[in-house]
Every structure is written in C-alpha cells, then in structure tokens.
Design a protein around this ligand. Structure first.
Ligand SMILES: Cc1cc2nc3c(=O)[nH]c(=O)nc-3n(C[C@H](O)[C@H](O)[C@H](O)COP(=O)(O)O)c2cc1C
Length: 224
C-alpha cells in the first residue's frame, strides 16, 4: 500500500513539474518581411497556456536555434512587452512608475534595429544591418531570433525633483516588468527568452540615441 501511494505521489509530481507545451494548434506562421515599417498583426489573445502553466514553464534560456519568429509570434512578444491593453488611456500590458512610460523597446534582428510603436502596433526601422552582437555580451545573442533593448528617456521625469539615481532605479523597475511579461508570454506560447542586464557599452550610440537623457535599462533575447 505504502509503495502504491509513493508511486502515485511521484507520478503526480512529475506531471505537475514537467514543462508543458501549448495545447493549441501552431500559430499561423507569416514570415517577417523587413523594410522601413513592419506593421504587426493584432495579437491573438486566445493563445497560450494559462498563467499558472506559463509560470511553471518560465526559465532563462541561453541556447537558441537560427529559426526566426513569425509575424504572429513577433506581434505577441511586442504586445506582451509594451502593447496597449487599455485604448481608453493608452496604458500598457506592463506597469510603469507614475504612469510615465519612459521606456522605448528597440528590436534587434539580423536585418536591422527597429523601434516599437505601441499605438500603431508596428516596428519602425532605425538602422539597417546586423547589430545583434551589440545587444549583449554572450554568444547566444547572435543566434537568438530577436533581441530587445529597453531604453529610458529620462526627460519624462523632468520637474519631478527626483535624484537621477532614483529615476534610473524606477526606469529599471519598469523594464523588469516589460521583460517579465515577455518571459511569461514566451513560456506560455512555446518560445524561449532571457532577461539580460548586459549590452555593449556603446549600445545607445549604436541605436542612434545621443544625449544624457537616455538610459539603457535592460535587454532580453527571444527565440526558439
Ligand atoms: C535584471 C536581470 C539581469 C540578468 N542578466 C543576465 C545576463 O546578462 N546574462 C544571463 O545569462 N542571464 C541574466 N539574467 C538571468 C539570470 O541569470 C537568471 O534569471 C538566474 O540565473 C535564474 O535562472 P532562471 O531565470 O532560469 O530561473 C538576468 C536576470 C535578471 C532578472
């Protein structure tokens, strides 16, 4: 009897702790065509594991295949990071201290660097070329399909009489929320991701951002 109970408990534990794959059919898979603007399809809100299952799957990934993300996957990832979920006030899927939203999400692909514009749910090209290696300090950033770089424009805090260190701290906290949304979205939809604190020291210049007001807050790799 004791053995039976033990076997049943072991089975339950295994079932609960195994990584779960999304139950639905694979997403439609439209290839991304790079250009001045990538207009993303609306995110498919019916997709993915439930939040508890996604939490169970969440982990940092440091190995990526060369496989690209589809338009649908890209749409979901960017919407999770910083998409508008309340059009009545343009607030985002991620929280922001004082609702100031200092962050911009830059998407690094082999083909170029893009800025995410939440209102239009689109990517606008900043630069052509492969700058993936600049987005991090580890080799996998060059294989991952997508690297996200979260940059704050601290001028949104002007007039708040807040020390710059506090402003940077809050921008970093905002970025952690964006990144964790992506971690959970990817964990729930069969993709991989990792939050990263590292990027090249000249990452802001690489993106084309000059000025003291810009602050590199966080980075993230996403892929398969
Ligand atoms: C703010 C932050 C920065 C991180 N930076 C890096 C990084 O630059 N490189 C890296 O490989 N992992 C980085 N990580 C991932 C952690 O190493 C990882 O979360 C930790 O080892 C625990 O593993 P897990 O995420 O799989 O649970 C970072 C995580 C956080 C929250």
């Amino acid at each position: 009897m004791k053995t039976l109970l033990f076997a049943a408990a072991a089975l339950m534990l295994t079932a609960c702790c195994q990584n779960q794959a999304p139950k639905e059919e694979p997403l439609a898979s439209t290839p991304v065509v790079h250009g001045e603007v990538i207009t993303l399809p609306a995110p498919d809100l019916s997709r993915g594991l439930n939040i508890s299952e996604a939490l169970q799957n969440r982990r940092s990934w440091r190995e990526y295949s060369a496989e690209k993300l589809s338009m649908e996957e890209l749409s979901g990832v960017l919407w999770a990071a910083a998409g508008i979920n309340r059009p009545e006030n343009d607030h985002l899927t991620a929280p922001s201290a004082l609702a100031l939203y200092p962050l911009t999400v830059y998407a690094f692909f082999e083909e170029g660097i893009y800025r995410y514009e939440a209102k239009e749910h689109r990517l606008v090209r900043m630069k052509e070329g492969n700058f993936m290696a600049k987005s991090g300090a580890q080799p996998f950033v060059e294989t991952a399909a997508l690297n996200l770089v979260y940059v704050a424009d601290m001028t949104v805090y002007e007039g708040r009489k807040m020390p710059v260190e506090k402003v940077k701290y809050l921008c970093g906290q905002d970025a952690a929320g964006y990144a964790e949304n992506v971690n959970l979205y990817t964990a729930g939809t069969g993709l991989k991701a990792i939050t990263r604190g590292s990027a090249a020291s000249d990452i802001l210049q690489v993106i084309g951002l000059e000025g003291e007001q810009y602050f590199f807050a966080l980075a993230q790799s996403v892929g398969k």
